[in-house]
Design a protein around this ligand. Structure first.
Ligand code: GLN
Ligand code: ZN
Length: 759
């Protein structure tokens, strides 16, 4: 019989119960015991749900209060000093949270920073980076995996605990004084102990995740895998290891992975369906093969016929000892259940599958494989019918895409000529002061939006209030001497949602929450049809703001690549095609803003880097179309219209050529925390256009003095000619309060004026 398996279930709870439990605990309203009880109830509910769906291998220890990598580090004793752990015995919960969130400084103590947080592969989940040193003494502080097995068994459910594998654990960690892989010999005995404990607790399978196997591995990793899995196979001979790989294909790593002494291998056949044949050819015949057929990264219903075809092909090959059917990866990256979405267009809802619905697909595929297509005929018909319900292509969108020309991605003239035309038009002083777009989203602003949503005020009353706030902000910017003011984005709920709600082809869920980190969740929009712009989106607001001032008002848009990367994207078109559709919609908005007299337009692309493929070999292609889409959205304007862009992430070195190829007249970047060192990439590349390096770290409530910002500007001026420098904060100010923004911006103006006077 084929095993229906799951690799991991969402932790946050169908109604974000974990978020509520965590935040009330952090606020001191609930005890540790109450928090742990809420978490246990969530785990029991998801086990019951998976069991009820017919899943045979139900994951355990896939849960984490904050982050599973953090929990792994704590269980293995990889806890840096200074966070409240004695170095012996279980790591207190308070230490987990101190590592995750930092310890605020007080008069008596300097506090401690949180562990660095970074993206989990190419997902929007963020994990905490374990901090190791050559002196890290690994020890099993608590066998959370064995405990999870016992917790399930106590309620009658045998589970398959999920363990982040030792090599991926080390590759995902950071150490200053040693290559993390060198710590493997010290780590393996602890992993062996974990496995023995799991076996003793009564599990027959363990899932060991090694997602690094789908990436470009560093030197020495192959040998590390061989050593590690030889040791783990010996540690608990009665325990079957399923080695799980996901987020891509194994490619050149397949030959050695196939030889690792494990009971079974899980492969991602959604991201890399083509690897099935190679895996079937390479895998020794005594291995189990787990087929990742249901997309754990996206919200679409599975094409059951196609998935079943792949499974049948695997079965017919006779190569694998036995088969499992599973999602491609843990379901952590999709929302809980469609059941809560009562307001979605029914035609769209029929085409979706969230975590709960994906479980049913897994079970159905396993059954279809064992009992034949006839046994799942109704499900196959429903799957076919849902696919046939895809919205009809928008012929106008298709027609426009067919007529794209290279000229549409080219500004009229090279930068130098544009800069001259823009200077003649705007007559800006050196080091012009601007901001990134948003001003504080205060309680007042949020209340207005909430009252509109509840129907307590009408659109006109809401808009009038937003205009009042905009007018106040414009007046204030004039008073303090901001050279290029912004309208403040008060009317926007979110930089993607605001545009998605006005574009055709987008849909929004009510409860489609996905964990981003800790208690933070996002509800990504769903791009399900051809994207187009039925009407102007921002022109009214920008034109109103411009009417209040003689200074150039900067229009503010979210770029096509960011719109794409922060959404669930339809899977029946190449991503680059969807991105081009969005780019054309933004291009229309850019053209309308220009026609309405807006002379500067910022197209934000903070998520451009987030779309980078995991493999180096795939990156050039992504960057090619991402840059092209940005240029398509921006290049509609004349020379005298100034295009800005903004990016806030901390690395440009490896993509500086592409950043330059975007050819924005001005780019603002986040640099305050890095002391301008990020500008090195721009300097050594001789980046030709204008740059606004952030001089105020808006992530901190601290108000910087003018002297500090002056110092940063001076440093910047040593790397980039002052004639091409702008002065601005690191990012938008929506999360800050006016009490910080007012003095900080005034100080920023003062700093820019001081340096200006010295030029
Ligand atoms: N214009 C946006 C703002 O100011 C940019 C946000 C971002 O970079 N994430 O809020
Ligand atoms: Zn930003």
């Amino acid at each position: 019989m084929t095993i229906a398996a799951n690799l991991g279930y969402p932790r946050i709870g169908p109604r974000r119960e974990l978020k509520t439990a965590l935040e009330s605990h952090w606020a001191g309203q609930t005890t540790e015991a109450e928090l742990l009880a809420s978490a246990e109830a969530l785990r029991a509910a998801s086990r019951a749900l998976q069991q009820g769906s017919g899943i045979n291998h139900i994951p355990s220890a896939d849960f984490a209060l904050y982050d599973h990598v953090l929990d792994t580090a704590c269980a293995l004793g990889a806890v840096p000093p200074g966070y409240g752990w004695s170095g012996e015995g279980p790591v207190p919960l308070a230490t987990h949270f101190a590592l995750a969130r930092g310890i605020p400084g007080t008069a008596g103590s300097p506090g401690a920073p949180a562990l660095e947080m970074t993206k989990w592969f190419d997902t929007n989940y963020h994990y905490l980076v374990p901090r190791l040193t050559a002196a890290t003494r690994f020890q099993l502080t608590t066998n959370r995996w064995a405990d999870a097995v016992r917790e399930g068994l106590a309620l009658g459910t045998r589970t398959r605990p999920v363990l982040l594998g030792p090599v991926s654990f080390l590759l995902l960690s950071k150490a200053e004084d040693v290559r993390p892989l060198e710590l493997l010999p010290a780590l393996l005995p602890v992993y062996a102990q974990v496995l023995r404990g799991i076996a003793q607790a009564g599990a027959s399978w363990v899932q060991i995740d090694e997602p690094c196997l789908v990436t470009d591995l560093p030197l020495g990793a192959e040998a590390a895998y061989a050593t590690a899995y030889r040791a783990l196979a010996e540690a608990a001979p009665g325990l079957d290891i399923l080695l799980a790989t996901y987020f891509g294909g194994l490619r050149e790593n397949l030959p050695f992975v196939a030889e690792l002494p494990v009971a079974g291998l899980h492969i991602d056949l959604v991201r890399a369906p083509g690897q099935l044949e190679d895996v079937l050819a390479a895998l020794p015949a005594d291995r189990w093969l787990s087929l990742g057929l249901v997309d754990g990264r996206n919200v679409w219903r599975t094409d059951l016929r196609r998935a079943l075809g792949l499974a049948q092909r695997a079965a017919a090959s006779g190569r694998a000892r036995r088969l499992m059917v599973a999602p491609s990866c843990a379901l952590l990256h999709v929302p809980h259940s469609l059941k809560l979405e009562t307001a979605l267009d029914p035609a769209l809802a029929r085409r979706l599958a969230f975590a709960q619905e994906k479980l049913a697909e897994v079970v159905c595929l396993a059954r279809g494989l064992d009992e034949g297509e006839a046994a799942i005929a109704p499900q196959l018909r429903a799957s076919d019918a849902a696919r046939a319900e895809a919205p009809p292509p928008d012929s106008a969108v298709a027609a426009r895409l067919a007529t794209l020309t290279p000229a549409m991605t080219q500004r009229q003239s090279p930068f130098a000529q544009r800069a001259a035309a823009q200077q003649a038009r705007f007559d800006l002083p050196p080091l012009p002061v601007t901001s990134i777009g948003s001003w504080p989203q205060t309680a007042e602003v949020r209340a207005l939006r909430a009252r509109l949503a509840r129907g307590e005020i009408d659109q006109a009353a809401h808009d009038a209030e937003m205009q009042r706030l905009t007018a106040e902000a414009v007046r204030w910017q004039e008073e303090i001497g901001v050279d290029v003011p912004v309208h403040g984005e008060f009317e926007r709920n979110d930089m993607v949602k605001y545009f998605g709600e006005q574009l055709a082809g987008y849909a929004f869920t009510k409860h489609g929450w996905v964990q981003s980190y800790g208690s933070r969740c996002v509800a990504p929009p769903i791009i399900w049809g051809d994207v187009s712009r039925p009407h102007p989106m921002t022109v009214r607001w920008s034109a109103f703001a411009q009417s209040l001032t003689s200074r150039p008002m900067k229009g503010m848009l979210t770029g096509p690549v960011t719109m794409l990367n922060w959404s669930f994207v339809r899977d029946d078109l190449p991503r680059e095609t969807v991105c081009r559709q969005i780019a054309l919609a933004i291009r229309d908005e850019v053209a309308d803003l220009e026609a309405a007299g807006i002379g500067m337009i910022q197209i934000d692309e903070p998520a451009l880097r987030e779309g980078l493929p995991l493999r180096q070999a795939d990156r050039a292609d992504y960057l090619r179309w991402a840059v092209e889409c940005f240029r398509l959205s921006a290049s509609v304007v004349g020379d005298a219209t100034q295009i800005h862009t903004h990016m806030c992430y901390s690395e440009f070195n490896d993509i500086i050529a592409e950043i330059a190829a975007m050819d924005a007249d001005v780019i603002s970047i986040e640099t305050a925390r890095s002391d301008m060192s990020l500008l090195a990439a721009f300097e050594s590349f001789a980046y030709p256009n204008a740059i606004g390096p952030g001089v105020w770290d808006i992530h901190s409530p601290r108000v910087p003095e003018a002297t500090e910002m002056l110092d940063l500007l001076r440093r910047a001026a040593r790397r980039v000619p002052a004639a091409r420098l702008w002065a601005n904060p690191d990012c938008g100010c929506k999360t800050r309060g006016w009490a910080e923004v007012r003095p900080a911006m005034a100080n920023l103006v003062a700093a820019a004026r001081t340096l200006r006077a010295e030029l």
